[in-house]
Unconditional design. Structure first.
Length: 73
């Protein structure tokens, strides 16, 4: 799994909750889940499945840099 396997929305969401480890990041996302709307929950569910497949080392190697509104597509 690479950063390319995550959607822009998933990368942006992970960047918001990113911690030092995959496990800590997933815990922070899970803690916020009850407060998210339906659309955001769908993004979280997809990203969480993908995060679960990563090792801690693989997670650490991905930047998860949020997209900037000025980024070219």
């Amino acid at each position: 799994m690479t950063a390319l396997d995550f959607t822009v929305e998933e990368v942006n969401m992970i960047a918001i909750y990113k911690a030092d480890t995959k496990t800590a990041t997933m815990k922070q996302i899970a803690a916020a889940f009850p407060f998210m709307d339906t659309d955001m929950r769908a993004i979280v569910e997809g990203a969480s499945r993908k995060l679960a497949m990563l090792t801690e080392t693989e997670f650490a190697e991905i930047a998860f840099t949020p997209a900037d509104d000025t980024d070219e597509v």
